[in-house]
Structure formats: C-alpha cells, structure tokens
Design a protein around this ligand. Structure first.
Ligand code: ADP
Ligand code: GN1
Ligand code: MG
Length: 365
C-alpha cells in the first residue's frame, strides 16, 4: 500500500518543513516510517506509524493503552530526575488538535513518536551481553508498569497468548484448508500434535491462580527494544500495542525465542538454528535481576519451559497463517510463513534437548 506520508505527518504538531519519509524497521504488523523535518536548519526525525487495524480491531482502546503507558513510563523517569528520559520511554507527538492519533480518509489510524536517535534494534543477539541488557530492560519495563494507575488496560488482542486457544485455531485452519495447503504440511502438523499437552501448561497454571496477572509487554521480540549504540545497554522498549494484562512468562519466553536463537526467524538452513545456552543464561540473569523480588516460585519454575512454549506458539501461529492463506503476518514470498514455522520448530527441538540444563541455569540465577 502506498501512503502520502507527507500529508499524514502534516496532521501532527511538528515544527519545520517536511524533508523525507522512508520505511523503517523489520516489524511484521504495522507500517512504520522514519520521517525527517528541517527545523531551523537541523534535521529532526519522527516515527510515523500506521496501526494495523485488521489485527487491532479497537484502535481507540489501543491508543489509550499506549498513551497511558508512555506517559507513566516517561513521567516516572522525569520524576526521578533520570537523564535522557525522552530516549528511554516513547513520547507521542500530539496531533494539531491535541489528540494522540489521527484517522485518515481511508480509515487508517496513524500516530507519531519522537524518533529515538543513537539507538539500534537487532533481529539476532550477537553477544550474550546484548541478551542480558535486553532482558534486564524488558524486566524493568514490567516493574515500571506495576503501579500504573487507573483501570485495567484494555486487551488489544483477546487471548493473545492463550496457547490452548491458538492450538484450536490451528486445528480449525487445518480442517478448513482455505489455501489448499493442509496436505503439504503433514510433518509440521505431527510436530505440533505431539506437543498438544504443552499448550495448556501456562494457561492452566494461570487459571489455578498459581501465576499472577501482571501488566506485560507480550511481544518481547528482540527487535522491539532499542539498544543504546554508545553503551550497548537497553534503552527503550517499543511496540507497545500488546502491552496489556498478561504473564511475565510470556515476556521471558518470547525473549528466549528471539534473543537466544542463533539465526534469523526466517533462516531456512535449519542446521543453523539452535538455542544458545550462553545467551539463555544471560537472558535469565538479566530478567531475574530486574524482577527478583517480584516473580513467585511457580513463575521461576516455568521460566525455562516458557521459552519452549512461546517458540512453539509462534511457530504454530506462522503455520496457522500459512494454512489460512497469509492473512496476518507480512510476508515477502508465498512460503515465508511455512519457512518461519519450520525455523521456530527447529528452535523448539533445540530448547527441548537443553531444557533440564536451562532449568538448572534458572535455579542458579
Ligand atoms: P511492528 O509492530 O510492525 O513490529 P514497531 O513498533 O516494532 O512495529 O516498529 C518497527 C521498528 O521500528 C522497531 O523494531 C524499531 O526498530 C523501530 N522503531 C519503533 N519506534 C521507534 C522510535 N520511536 N525511534 C526509533 N526507532 C523506532
Ligand atoms: C509480530 O509486530 P512484531 O513484528 O514485533 C507479532 C508477535 C510475533 C512476532 C513474530 C501483534 O511481532 O506476536 O511473536 O511477529 N505481533 C503481533 O516475529 O501479532
Ligand atoms: Mg515490532
């Protein structure tokens, strides 16, 4: 889809003259642009982003969540006189009439953030140190939101990490076979069916009250954190669309999936896909250091397993989308979702082989 980003950016209270807009980042969901304005001779960048309203059905509730989270996080940093607050929490740029977002004539919802400069996001963690700092920053994010005032945040995607319901959605996609692909994925179907029981472990523990509800990020993929280029430390958590009531296990698990893997999510050489123990150890140490007085025993017990489960869940979602004819995730070619699924399942197998070692690592951390 082509958008007139200059016209869209004109809705926001940005000073100066529009210079350029270019697609930015590797996200699978929203349309993100880096835009540059000339402000009295200084080029200043902003993120202008279209919210995917096919996926996020209630954009008003979503934007209300995002605005509350941004204000709370930025407010806490400023109240504590922390330096660099505008690089450590996202700042929404208001529209010219004072709103947090704007709807265009075609019904698309747009928002604008200050561009965080001197930072980078990564699709794979090159070093355990990067994994440690990312996990620490995501852990701190949960701690920061533990005293968010006001009503419960809206669930922007209901049952987002209800793995059991995700499994049922997969079975239904397999049965419906909308894209005529069911017969071609027999190996992947078997892999999932063999692990059906795993899908209920965390949701059942939540139902029994063993695991508390927290405000969590729910999409703690490595590239949803900006790292400071100078210090190599975690700087700012981005992609706040799924910040809502959830479990710390969802956040840790997705970090393992994306921060301990040896390869990109769509690497097709499956021998290159492994879960690296030194990265796992760094993630556990970073997350537990940030949340040590917060996590209960059952959460700690399930941390290693959550890495396996969240990886299985995302693999299952890629497979489901492949079966449905690629209606959810952005793809670059027809087999993309199937390749991502195979990649994630290879990572699950690698985690399974190391699960007891990972449990020991968590116990020591
Ligand atoms: P998606 O939901 O599509 O993943 P994100 O909100 O994660 O979209 O944005 C895509 C990418 O853009 C992120 O991975 C990050 O690298 C970059 N990004 C997002 N917000 C900012 C920002 N305020 N400043 C700099 N880079 C950003
Ligand atoms: C999507 O938006 P992005 O690219 O950060 C997805 C996550 C998946 C991830 C897999 C709202 O994340 O749940 O884990 O792709 N986000 C949504 O790469 O579905
Ligand atoms: Mg993202």
């Amino acid at each position: 889809m082509q958008f007139d980003i200059r016209a869209i950016a004109g809705n926001f209270a940005i000073l100066g003259d529009f210079v350029s807009a270019t697609p930015h980042g590797d996200g699978h969901i929203n349309d993100t642009y880096a835009t540059t304005f000339n402000q009295g001779g200084t080029p200043v960048r902003y993120i202008v982003q279209r919210v995917n309203h096919a996926i996020f059905r209630d954009a008003t509730a979503l934007m209300s969540n995002v605005a509350r989270v941004c204000r709370h996080a930025g407010g806490r940093l400023r109240a504590d006189n922390q330096p660099d607050a505008s690089r450590r929490a996202l700042t929404l740029v208001p529209t010219r009439d004072g709103s947090d977002w704007v709807k265009d004539a075609a019904g698309n919802h747009w928002r604008c953030f200050l561009f965080i400069e001197g930072a980078a996001s990564f699709n794979v963690a090159a070093t355990p140190s990067l994994a440690f700092h990312a996990a620490h920053t995501f852990g701190e994010f949960t701690r920061l939101l533990s005293d968010l005032p006001g009503e419960r945040l809206a669930e922007t995607i209901p049952d987002f990490h209800h793995t059991r319901k995700r499994y049922e959605a997969f079975l239904s996609a397999l049965e419906t076979d909308a894209a005529g692909r069911s017969a071609s994925v027999a190996n992947e179907v078997r892999f999932l069916k063999d692990r059906e029981k795993d899908c209920s472990v965390i949701v059942d523990a939540i139902k029994r009250g063993e695991i508390p509800e927290r405000i969590t990020h729910n999409d703690t993929k490595l590239n949803n954190i900006l790292m400071d280029v100078q210090s190599g430390r975690g700087l700012c958590v981005v992609d706040l669309d799924t910040v809502m009531p959830g479990s710390a296990l969802y956040d840790f698990g997705d970090m393992v999936r994306s921060g301990a893997t040896s390869a990109l999510e769509d690497e097709t050489d499956l021998d290159a896909v492994t879960c690296r123990a030194d990265h796992f150890k760094a993630l556990a140490s970073g997350f537990i250091t940030a949340l040590k007085d917060t996590l209960n025993d059952r959460e700690k017990e399930l941390l290693a397993f959550s890495g396996k489960l969240m990886t299985l869940e995302v693999g299952m979602r890629f497979l489901t989308d492949y079966l449905c004819g690629d209606t959810y995730f952005k793809i670059a070619h027809p087999a993309h979702n199937l390749e991502r699924c195979r990649n994630q399942f290879a990572l699950v197998s690698s985690i399974e082989k190391q699960l007891s070692a990972f449990e020991k690592i968590v116990a020591r951390a």
